[in-house]
Design a protein around this ligand. Structure first.
Ligand code: ASP
Length: 281
């Protein structure tokens, strides 16, 4: 009963999860969840806590400062300890979650993927956009959310294209990306209408993941949100996993295309469904 990568989920599993999300009944699982967050998180952490409440579970929150990592304890030993008194561990860290699959674990963002965020994104897309065509724009290579989302879009046969605002500099991720993106668009010259923005009814924006790489060229990283908005169709929805940077103005929040507000709201019910389905296994 773990969720480390979206790779382990079938289309059927995901539809079951989404129907559980829609099915708002009272659930009392009486299990214990450890939320272990060794990297900053606002939305993921609070939504897991609230989701645990929704399914009648108790949660323990562990942050880096309160852990024994400073004393040299490993993440593995931290998880080993917590696994003895908790039914599942929600883990956010920079380490590869596949190192910890002997525990019951939910990947809340590691060095590769962010499966629960991508499930929220897919749920939002399927609920609100008919015949979705997705354009992902930003620092795709260094964004774990993008890795998981692209895998899900691929699994569901949802057309997508990519606009990279940084080069494919990470060879490990480059490989992964090449196998998933047959029609990737890569440029560093700015946003142009000739790239076919009109073919997409969802634009998924990503901030620059400054903490995830070095050698960042800020001259090519700026996405001018006003220029994107003026180019897209009037009904093109805008998504973003947050936190946002300069690529998404808060002036847009009241626009009917600001789908990212709903995307944020679905974090609790989708994560509650994930907890329920894993804890019932
Ligand atoms: N909140 C997401 C993550 O933890 C997206 C981001 O940080 O840009 O990966």
């Amino acid at each position: 009963m773990s969720l480390v990568s979206v790779d382990s989920l079938t289309i059927d599993d995901i539809y079951k999860l989404f129907s559980l999300t829609d099915n708002k009944r009272v659930v009392k699982l009486n299990k214990r969840i450890a939320n272990v967050f060794f990297q900053p998180s606002l939305r993921t952490r609070t939504s897991f806590e609230l989701a645990a409440d929704l399914v009648g579970c108790k949660s323990t929150n562990i942050f880096e400062k309160e852990s024994a990592l400073d004393k040299g304890e490993t993440i593995y030993d931290t998880l080993l300890t917590l696994s003895l008194s908790h039914d599942i561990i929600v883990l956010r860290s920079g380490e590869d979650c596949t190192n910890f699959t002997n525990f019951n674990i939910i990947n809340a963002g590691d060095c590769k993927e962010h499966p629960t965020q991508a499930l929220i994104d897919l749920y939002t897309i399927l609920k609100h956009v008919y015949n979705p065509h997705v354009l992902i724009v930003g620092d795709i290579v260094h964004a774990r959310t993008a890795t998981s989302l692209i895998k899900l879009l691929h699994k569901f046969n949802i057309p997508f294209r990519l606009f990279f605002t940084q080069d494919l500099t990470d060879p490990r991720k480059g490989e992964l990306f090449r196998s998933y993106y047959l029609d990737a668009v890569k440029t560093n010259t700015g946003i142009k209408a000739s790239w076919g923005y009109n073919n997409y009814n969802i634009i998924y924006l990503l901030r620059n993941q400054v903490e995830n790489h070095s050698g960042f060229d800020s001259s090519i990283d700026y996405i001018n949100f006003n220029s994107i908005v003026s180019l897209v169709k009037k009904d093109t929805m805008v998504m973003h996993p947050f936190p946002r940077g300069r690529e998404l103005s808060q002036v847009f929040d009241s626009d009917h295309r600001a789908l990212y507000i709903k995307q944020m709201k679905y974090a609790v019910p989708v994560r509650a469904a994930i907890l329920e389905s894993l804890l019932n296994e």
